[in-house]
Design a protein around this ligand. Structure first.
Ligand SMILES: C[S@@+](CC[C@H](N)C(=O)[O-])C[C@H]1O[C@@H](n2cnc3c(N)ncnc32)[C@H](O)[C@@H]1O
Length: 320
C-alpha cells in the first residue's frame, strides 16, 4: 500500500520516517541528480545572471521554472522539484511518488538489473554451474528453475533445518541439486519424475557434487509415488516439498504433500504466475489449473501463504 504522502504527491525526500532502504535510494538519487545535472546547471548560469539584474524575485521564479522543466525532462521518474528561496540558492524539495513507489512494489528486472542480481548474489557449486550450462543447451532447457530460485530454496532448506524432502518434477536435476547441496549428509529427496531421458542427464552432476546418495529418484507418475508413501505410513514425515511438474496435477500433488508434511513443513509451488497468463482468461488446461489452485490456496485455512514473483512465480505454503 502506498503512503498517504506518496498518494498526495507530497515531498518524500525530507521525510524523516523514510526506511533505511528508501534513504539509501534517495541518497543515490541525489548523487545521480547532482552529477547528471552539473552540465545543466552550467547552462543556467548566464540565464540566471541576466534575470538577476532585472528583479531577483522574477529571476528566481523563471529560473526555478526552467530548472524544474529540466529536472522533469532529465529525470521523469523521480518527480523532483526545485524551490527557490529569496536571498538563498533554493533547495530540492520534493521527491514525489517515484522513489517511494519503487520500494512499495516488486521491481521489474531488465537484463542489466538481472545480471547485477546474479553477479552480486549467486553462489553456485561448480556442478550447478556446469549442469545449468548443459541444460541451457537442451531443447526443453527453459523448464529448469532459475539459479536464484535454486539458491533461495536452498536457503529455505537450511533455515528450516529440513531433512526429508520431496521433489515433484526433476527434469535435468538442477532444483534437486540445489536442495541436496543444502541438506545435511543424511538428508533425503524423494525425487519424482516420469522421464528417464531427462533425469539421466542429472546423475553425473549429482555425483560430481557428492550428493547423489541423498536423491532417491522414483521414475513413475508422481501421484503413484506419493500415494505409495502415504500407504506406507509416511504421513507427517516430510519437512519440505517442491512441486514443479505437470500443471494439471498440481492440485493433487498439493493435497498429497499436505498430508506427507509435518505441521510447520513447507510446500513450494513453481510457475504459479505462468508467464503472466494466470491474470488473463484461461485458454488452456494448464492455465486454468494454476488459476484454480491459486484461488484455492488464497483461502485455504490449512496453510500460511506467500506468493512471490521469483522465477515464473513461486508460492510458499506452510502447513499449519
Ligand atoms: C518443469 S520440469 C522440472 C524442472 C526441474 N524442477 C528443474 O528445476 O530443473 C517438469 C518435469 O516434470 C516431469 N513430469 C511431468 N509429468 C509428470 C508426472 N505425472 N509425474 C512425475 N513427473 C512428471 C517431466 O518429465 C519434467 O521433467
Amino acid at each position: 500500500m502506498r503512503s498517504s504522502a506518496a498518494k498526495a504527491g507530497i515531498a518524500a525526500a525530507a521525510a524523516p520516517a523514510a526506511s533505511p532502504c528508501n534513504t539509501r535510494r534517495l541518497l543515490f538519487d541525489v548523487v545521480v541528480i547532482s552529477a547528471g545535472s552539473l552540465g545543466g546547471f552550467a547552462a543556467f548560469v548566464p540565464y540566471a545572471n541576466e534575470h538577476a539584474s532585472r528583479s531577483a524575485r522574477e529571476g528566481e521564479r523563471s529560473l526555478s521554472t526552467m530548472l524544474n522543466w529540466f529536472l522533469y525532462k532529465r529525470f521523469p521518474r523521480l518527480h523532483i522539484r526545485w524551490q527557490p528561496s529569496h536571498g538563498g540558492c533554493g533547495k530540492l524539495v520534493s521527491f514525489i511518488s517515484g522513489a517511494q513507489s519503487m520500494s512499495s512494489r516488486t521491481l521489474n528486472l531488465d537484463d542489466t538489473l538481472y545480471d547485477y542480481l546474479l553477479t552480486h548474489s549467486l553462489r553456485e557449486h561448480p556442478a550447478q554451474t556446469a549442469l545449468r550450462a548443459a541444460t541451457a543447451k537442451h531443447a526443453r532447457g527453459g523448464m529448469q528453475i532459475s539459479p536464484e530460485q535454486g539458491q533461495f530454496m536452498a536457503l529455505l532448506i537450511r533455515l528450516m533445518g529440513a531433512r526429508n524432502t520431496i521433489e515433484i518434477g526433476v527434469f535435468t536435476g538442477y532444483s534437486s541439486l540445489a536442495v541436496a547441496l543444502a541438506l545435511p549428509d543424511d538428508g533425503r529427496i524423494l525425487a519424482c519424475d516420469i522421464s528417464d531421458e531427462y533425469t539421466s542427464i542429472a546423475r553425473p552432476y549429482w555425483e560430481a557434487a557428492g550428493v547423489a546418495h541423498k536423491i532417491d529418484l522414483q521414475l513413475a507418475p508422481a501421484l503413484a509415488t506419493l500415494d505409495a508413501r502415504l500407504a506406507a505410513g509416511a504421513a507427517g514425515q516430510y519437512d519440505f516439498a517442491f512441486i514443479d511438474a505437470d500443471k494439471t496435477g498440481y492440485d493433487a500433488y498439493y493435497e498429497r504433500c499436505l498430508q506427507l508434511l509435518r505441521p510447520g513443513g513447507l510446500i513450494a509451488i513453481d510457475n504459479v504466475l505462468w508467464d503472466g497468463s494466470v491474470a488473463a482468461v484461461a485458454e488452456d488446461n494448464d492455465t486454468a489449473a494454476l488459476q484454480d489452485l491459486n484461488r484455492k490456496l488464497h483461502r485455504d485455512e490449512r496453510i500460511d501463504l506467500s506468493m512471490l514473483p521469483v522465477g515464473d512465480g513461486l508460492t510458499l505454503a506452510r502447513k499449519r
